[in-house]
Design a protein around this ligand. Sequence first.
Ligand SMILES: Cc1ncc(COP(=O)(O)O)c(C=O)c1O
Length: 373
Amino acid sequence: MGLTSNFQHDRSRDIIARIHLAKVKDNLSALRKQSGGKPVWAVLKANAYGHGAIEVADAIKDHVYGFAVSTLDEALELRTAGLENEILILGGVKPEGWPIASLLNLSIALVAPDNLSELDEFLKNNQLKIHLKIDTGMGRLGFLESDILEYQKALTRIKGSIVGLMSHFSSADESTRSFIDQQLLVFKKIKSTLFNLDIQPSQIHFSNTDALHHGVIDSETHIRPGLGLFGLSNHTQTSDLQPCLDLLCNILRVKSVPEGTAVGYGRTYITSSPMKIVTLACGYADGYLRAFSNQSRVSIGGHYYPVVGRISMDFTTIAVPDTASIDVKHPVYLISSDPTSPLSLKSLSQLAHVLPYEITCGLQRRISRVYTT
Ligand SMILES: Cc1ncc(COP(=O)(O)O)c(C=O)c1O
């Protein structure tokens, strides 16, 4: 009992994601400014794209209208942590989740015409704020115009609870806004169909981070950015957004090896001279992608060293010149929040042919998240 209760944390494997909350706040201000000052639904799904939903929400709660998450579980996590802002569940909620959503004042996106009569019954005795999702060109969730017409009676019955109208852009990452404009046209048409049915929600929201890059959308009342809060964007010209995550780990072993030593699974790297192979306490089960094998670099004490051999589940190996002295107590930078660094999320994502936020979303629970304000 004494032994386990006194034990705090296994320091032999220390992996830390350091998240700079002041930068998240600056990013939020920059995004708001881009929208002409519209109130923000901050999208914090998938644990705030891996950055920690509760901590990020707490840091920005006074500066946003609400939080948008993907699932009821994610909404409950924020509500039970004491966050009182509006919370919108983007992925919809099944009928069994409506009572708790209503009790905790959660809003839900209505993403399909299923269960409309059950919803009507539920709303006779309960309150639930609904945002009607319109499919304007994404082709997955949301009502098409034909759905609106087919289910107009049912929608009219619940119109008092429909407080918002929303849609999602499929191609805002492109350099031209032609498909954005096409989606806006579809939206305008469906909105007028709804208005003719006397369904006139007060909120309209559309813009994700990349859409904001294409300019203000006059018809929306709120914006809905996610990745931009974390300094990420698919557009290159994003100097006003700052990445806000560093990933560090510790060294497990420094080993001097002779020329011709094979390193790691599959022996994909063989030393061409005597050198030091340094084993790091981080692998793909922590979120450091296997695709970085023999590709990426890390930084120790301001020097960059190549990752050599295959990244394994728990370990990564780097090659260091035989003459370099490596202190095992030195932290190792795997990801840097400096956008100009070769360890930036942008550079790393290009190496692995993934999106930067695929990397942050994959940072696992074995990583301690530490916050700076
Ligand atoms: C419905 C919806 N709205 C808004 C966002 C936020 O988009 P982004 O992270 O590109 O800013 C997402 C994210 O995928 C989403 O699914």
